[in-house]
Every structure is written in structure tokens, then in C-alpha cells.
Ligand binder design. Sequence first.
Ligand code: DC
Length: 678
Amino acid sequence: MFNTAFLDLPPLAHASGEVTLPGSKSISNRVLLLAALCDGATTVHDLLDSDDTRVMLMGLKQLGCTVTPLGGNTWHITGLAAKLPVKQADLFMGNAGTAMRPLTAALSLLTAVHGGAFALSGVPRMHERPIGDLVDALQQLGCPVSYTGQAGYPPLHIGNGQPSALNLSEPIRVRGDVSSQFLTALLLALPLVAKHDIHIDVVGELISKPYIDITLNLLARFGVTVQRDGWQRFTIPAGSAYRSPGDIHVEADASSASYFIALGAIASSAGGQNGIKIQGVGADSIQGDIRFAEAASLMGAHITSGPNWLHITRGIWPLKAITLDCNHIPDAAMTLAVMALYAEGTTTLTNIASWRVKETDRIAAMACELRKLGATVEEGPDWISVAPPAPGGWKPASIHTYDDHRVAMCFSLAAFNADGVPVRIEDPKCVAKTFPDYFECLFSVADAAPGNVPVICIDGPTASGKGTLATEVAARLGYHVLDSGVLYRLVGLSAQRAGLSLLTEDVARPEHAGRITALASAMEVRFGEGRVWLGADDVTDAVRAESAGMAASAVSAIPGVRTALLDLQQRFRQLPGLVADGRDMGTVIFPSAPLKVFLTASAETRAQRRFSQLLGRGQPAIIEELLRALKARDAQDMSRQHAPLKPAEDALLLDNSTQTIDESVAQVLTWWQSKQPF
Ligand code: DC
């Protein structure tokens, strides 16, 4: 996940390949609750790992469910069999409506039957999200539920310790025109007490019907068949009881799929590749947002589908502008608004009043951010129309994301613009609500034109603090890091292990140099989780040793070694960007890098730093010797014939002798920002 303040997307060129999408949030949290309420154990496969499901899992554990992770996204859940082993708990629901509403209903009924007392609360935003219609319905039934803050909103208190009588003979009336989650909550909870037929009557026009379909579908998977008369009356038959299906697979999230469907429609495939394949959800999905695929087809996407997969390629290009009633796909329709940037003409999305009361006012948010990119946008109470920027009229934009995961995800698609302008996504971690690895997933299939992936080079002498600076700058920007010194150290280590001399006069002999070059070409190097492997050996500590540094310096004078490592280093240049540190990053490896920093500090300062570093690691050191060795290494690195250590002509010099790390980081980030168009 990108934990940075912003994520800069360079202009993207192509996209192709396969993605496996995370599980649907709506299905995940419903399945978790059903597994928790039913009799027997359930193995849930492909569960979404996100803020909202974590809240639900934690709540279920607190209620006495056995919840066991089986690795990957598989969980084993032993149900409560409609009992309540824990009688008291404070449950924190974060901002997860899909946990708050159904747990409120289930706990209200369970406490009425078994006694108990529970508190349910969430983040401040959760305390602004209405729950009054659900509480009204539960109170009608005789459930002891009350508000502990403002009436109509969480936090809630449920249960008064004692069982209480339930009145289930009258039809239960619930409003359906504010949130369909109230009806879902009742549908999930009432089978716990269905001694007789229970009727639910919906008051007002039911919104978001596709979500009720998901609920009914999953209830059936857990053994409860609800009868439905239109969308007005639902009946839970007498004797209904939950039974575990044993194993259940969560479909991939169809709303998340919308970004990759759009991607396939917008981005051309790199040579020989063929579109985007989405695994985990197919056209037969039980999720309403799958109908986004039809809308995308209307705009020009070419889509084929099978059980649990979708395949998308560019069809009509540019896309076709459409006018569409989007009431049936409110969440995924935001993606259409961004696709409109690539259409000929004006696209109008209607019947989307619910956008105004979601994570943010989504109509206002989309209009504001689309305009920043150069689009012409009009909006009304329940509609939005979008005309794309004129050719050459795209503007680089810093997209504000309003703590709304969908704003962040759909605007990433703007980076495919033909004008080659970059897009900045602010607060990219907000995608964690439903798709924590969204950007990683995007980068696994998207690529930029060669040379468009940003690189920051940080070169300088030994112990100047390049590594620390590079790592910190990369962390702030969400970029990859290349510590090129490690590659030379690995060559040095390989040569030492092969018993090859590293004396200057030996290294200068072509035949001897040829052997070391052959080792460099054949090295099998692997990086991961802060470790370095050479073949099967973990050499993380060995490469850090002073002797490995000297060995690296010796082998780095061999031109063949430098050539052998060239390609390996350039392959680190991957989306969204790279910070590379070494001696020749700016001069040889990435000569066109937009920012090159040459980092120095006095030899004495560097020796002192190395000394403290070694002491910190518990390794004895003598400062005078370090100073001597360091000067020798400088001399060797600067005097070698090939790619000697020197600043690139366009490098900015940074002497950090008297700077803290934070100050150096801030300086480099300021230089970087000054080169951005945002
Ligand atoms: O940065 P370091 O101390 O890990 O580098 C070890 C040696 O590798 C250094 O003394 C010279 C060589 N090197 C190089 O020649 N070119 C690079 N880009 C990085 C390191």
C-alpha cells in the first residue's frame, strides 16, 4: 500500500496482462456475519483484506467466534449457532457501514433472546451516518436498543442484561429509501428468531436493489430462502435456520473491476499483448456493479466473459460518449465519468443523487477534479455531464481524493491521456477501504513510455549518506530504490568466494578481468524484505562488511563488470518511479534522469559517521583507519578510467556535512517538487 502524502503517476502508455482482484466488500462482510451466526464451521476463501473486513473480524472475535486465518485470504470461522457466549463487549466499527448495520440488528435480536449488553461505536464520520430507520424497526420488535450520543446515529447501546420479549407477529416496517443496508441488516438477523413466518414491509421506494439481491443470494447459500413479493414485502419462512455451506468463495469486487474494465477500454496493449484479463469475477456475478461492463461496452470496450473471468480490449476508439441512467451502478458509474475524458462528445450520467451522500459529495468532487484536468463539466442535483479536454488541452492535475477510495482509483486512469501529462493522486492510501493494493495492481499491468518513469539519481563518495537519503526520499514518494553499490559488492563477494585475486595489478589483466566479468554476468541476485540473496545464500550481512566495500571498489574498475551490470540496474526503473544511489547513476546509468543529486560531506565527517555506524552494529573500529580507508576508496573510485566518480554536469551539489537527514531529505524533495508541473 502507498502510505505517502501523494502518488505521482507519470503519463502511462499501455496496459495488458492479468489481474486477480480482491474480494467484494459487500459479499465479504455478509459472509463473515452469516458464518458467525450459523451452526458449524465455514471456510471462507478469497476474503477481502481491508479496513472494513478487519473491523468485522475483530467484532466477531469479541463476540466469541473462533476466527482462524488459514493463510492467503482464507479464514476458518466457527459459528455461534445463534447463541451468545459473550454477554458484554464494546465493539468498535471504524467507518464500516457493512459491519455496523448488520451487527446492530443481529446483536439486538440475540440480546433479546439471551440477554447481554453491548456498546457499538465508530470513527466520528460513522457517528454522522444515519441508523435511525434500522433502530426504529428494531425497537418496534421490542429489542432493547438505545442511542448513547445523538438520536438517530451511532454510538448505540444494545441489550439491558436481561432477555426481552419480541413481537414478531406484526409485519416489520423499515424504510428503504435512505439505505438498503437497513433492510439487509434485518434480512440477515431475523432468521435467528424465525419460529413463525416473519414479514418485512419496505416503506418508500427501495433503493440499491442489487445489494438486496446479494443479500438474498447469500442467505440462500447459508440455507435460508426468503420469499420476495416485488420489492415491497419479504418473508422469512417459519423454521428458517442458518446452515454452513462448508466452503464459500467470495467473488472479486465488481466495483473494483470497473477500473480494470475501463483500463482495458482506454489503454492500448503493448506489442503482442492482448488486453486485460480480470480473474475472480465474471458476467454471471451476483453483484449489481457487474452491469458496469454493459455501460463500458456502450462506450466502446470490447468485453468477453466466462465463469469468474472477464477479458477486455480496446474496441471503439476514441470511446463513444453516452447518456445513461446510472441508478443501478452508482459506485462503478464514477469510473464512467473518467472514461468520458476519452470519449468523443459529452457523456451525461443521470439519476445519481446518491453520489451526494456517499463518502463525500461525489458529484461535486468529480466535477471539481475533472475540471482540473481540462474537462468541461456541468452538474445538477442528480446528474453530471463531462466533455473531454480539447486535443492538447489536458492539464497536469493534483487530484484531491476526499478520503474517498473511488475518487483515488478512478482518477488514476487519467494518466493514460494522449497529451502525456502526469497526474498526482493525493492521499493514495484512502484506497485501503476496499482495495489496499490497487496501485500495485495497476502498475503490474500498466507501463509508461521508455524514459517516462521518473528517476532521481543520488551519487556521491562512500559514506556520504546516499543510501539513507535515497531510502528516505523513495519512502516519501512511494518510489523503488536501487542501491547500486550492493551489486558491485556482490560481484566482489563472488570473486572472493571464487578465490580470484582483487589486487589492482591482477584486476588490470584482461584475462583475469574477463573471469570476474563472467561472474558478474552469471550472478543470480534476489532482493526482498530487506535481505539480499546470491543464489541460495543470504548474503545481507556479508555485503555490508567493509571488506566487501573494498572488493566492490576493485571490481568496479573493470569495464566488463560495469557493462554486465548496466541492464540489471536499468531494470529497476519501474512504476511509479525510482531513486537510485551510487557513483555513476547520473553520468552513465540514467543520463536522462530529471533530477541528479551529488551528495558530499567532508572525509572527516564521513569517517565519523561510518565509525558511529559500526559501533552501533557492535563492530569495533578505529576512526583513523576508517579515514585512511575511506580516502583510499575515494581515490580509487575517482581515478579509475571507466565511469569515475564525478558529478554529472547537470547534477545539483548537496554537501550534507552539517545537515540532519531530515534536512537533506527536505532539500531533495524541494528540488524534485520544483520540477513538477503540479
Ligand atoms: O556505495 P557502496 O559503498 O556500497 O559502493 C561500493 C563500491 O562499489 C564503491 O566503492 C564503488 C563501486 N560502485 C560503483 O563503482 N558504481 C556504483 N554505481 C556504485 C558503487
